[in-house]
Write a protein that binds this ligand. Structure first.
Ligand SMILES: [Zn+2]
Length: 133
């Protein structure tokens, strides 16, 4: 069931709200940036995301094909979400589920996790190793 969650960066300058069904799955990827940041995400369409405050605090990092906007707080450094566009999905947000403020540990622990081999551009299959993600 979709619920409205509120999330924020570490210092609280960046705050957002999103509609999300954690039971529909989350994902972890072994690509260069997800593995270094240990990014645990849930994808939502653009209309299910609302930035409540902190637009002026967001810095952006892009690399490679530069199609994903990695947005982090310039004060505390936390990336609470990224945004991008995929043909199948349209505009989307990748929520850092670790930045959700009103979710119980038990709820996060029960959320299914799909592992993706982004390092080899194969997001549809899991990598050989997943425990380190
Ligand atoms: Zn911050």
């Amino acid at each position: 069931m979709k619920k409205t969650y509120r999330g924020s960066c570490h210092c609280g300058a960046v705050r957002f709200e999103c509609q999300l069904d954690l039971a529909q799955g989350t994902s972890k990827c072994n690509c260069s940036i997800c593995s270094k940041g240990r990014f645990w995400k849930a994808i939502v369409k653009a209309d299910a995301f609302r930035l409540e405050q902190g637009a002026d605090c967001l810095a952006e990092y892009r690399f490679g094909r530069e199609n994903i906007h990695h947005l982090f707080c310039r004060r505390c450094g936390i990336k609470s979400f990224a945004r991008g566009h995929m043909d199948e999905l349209g505009d989307f947000y990748a929520i850092n589920v670790a930045c959700l403020d009103d979710v119980a540990d038990e709820e996060l622990a029960q959320a299914p996790v799909v592992y993706q081999d982004g390092r080899h551009d194969a997001w549809e299959r899991p990598p050989a190793q997943t425990r380190q993600l």
